[in-house]
Design a protein around this ligand. Structure first.
Ligand code: SAH
Length: 254
């Protein structure tokens, strides 16, 4: 008898930002797999078993989930934010592609969530109101040269950039280097938003400009949004500024 796998995005941290569909999927599961801090967010009931693993073990976690489902269990694999954005959904698909034929028959449900950049953007205004892209600055799964090429292309094309995994203890310099590259391409006044642990009790959001943006106050719980040349900061008396990207864009300068 084959079971089921739910791949569930838990949202950025605030319980209200977990979708009802995600909650309903979690309620059905017997086994929960994921990175420990994500599993810590869940209140499991009796009969629900937790299988925590390290953050880097995504493919082996995905395979373990498929093995359990093949044995008839109902499994929830959890990610922060949205499971499809630098999360477990791609690892599950990869495991199905490279695994035994029986895994292709497993009932697999991928449940969307609120990804970090949306929660950060909403705190600041509407910086993603026009075309944008998301880039992970981690060079664990791709060479740094690829990241630089994508940064230049995306900024040069006028896209707003959302950076995931901007720094970590093992990757201290990548965000600073990304800012250096962008300073050659974008105006000094380009808005930059740092959203840290958005939706959690230790949340902190800061708005600055590209010439003043500093990488050394950022940690791995931060999502950084760098505006396009069209992104604007609207100052408000006694209130935080609004950052937004206008809905329409002009022709590029020749
Ligand atoms: N699947 C997740 C992203 C995982 S990658 C999602 O959709 O949000 C991990 C990165 O996500 C972190 O390095 C950080 O850049 C970002 N992130 C996750 N939760 C966040 C939060 N609450 N506030 C700000 N950034 C967050």
């Amino acid at each position: 008898m084959s079971g089921r796998v739910f791949v569930v995005g838990l949202g950025p941290g605030k319980p209200d930002q977990m979708t009802p569909e995600a909650r309903a999927a979690l309620a059905q599961a017997s086994d929960f797999l994921g990175y420990g801090p994500y599993l810590d967010r869940l209140e499991l009931s009796q009969g629900q078993t937790r299988h925590a693993s390290d953050n880097r073990e995504e493919l082996s976690r995905a395979r373990a989930a498929l093995d359990m489902a093949a044995a008839g269990r109902t499994v929830a694999v959890v990610s922060g934010g949205d499971a499809g954005v630098f999360g477990m959904a791609a690892a599950l698909c990869e495991a199905v592609e490279s695994g035994p034929a029986v895994w292709r028959a497993i009932d697999l449900h991928i449940i969307p969530g609120v990804t970090a950049m949306l929660a950060v953007a909403a705190r600041a205004g509407a910086p993603l109101g026009h075309d944008f892209c998301a880039i992970s600055l981690s060079d664990n799964l791709k060479p740094w040269e690829v990241i630089e090429t994508r940064l230049r292309a995306a900024a040069g094309a006028g896209l707003v950039l959302a950076f995931y995994n901007p720094v970590s203890r093992a990757r201290p310099w990548q965000l600073g280097r990304a800012f250096e590259i962008l300073r050659d391409i974008l105006p000094a006044s380009t808005p930059v938003i740092f959203g840290r642990a958005v939706g959690r009790p230790d949340e902190r959001t800061a708005i600055t400009t590209l010439d003043e943006a500093r990488a050394d106050q950022t940690d791995m719980a931060t999502c950084v949004i760098v505006g396009s040349p069209e992104t604007r900061i609207v100052e408000r008396d006694g209130l935080p500024p609004l950052v937004y990207s206008p809905r329409s864009a002009g022709r590029p300068a020749r």
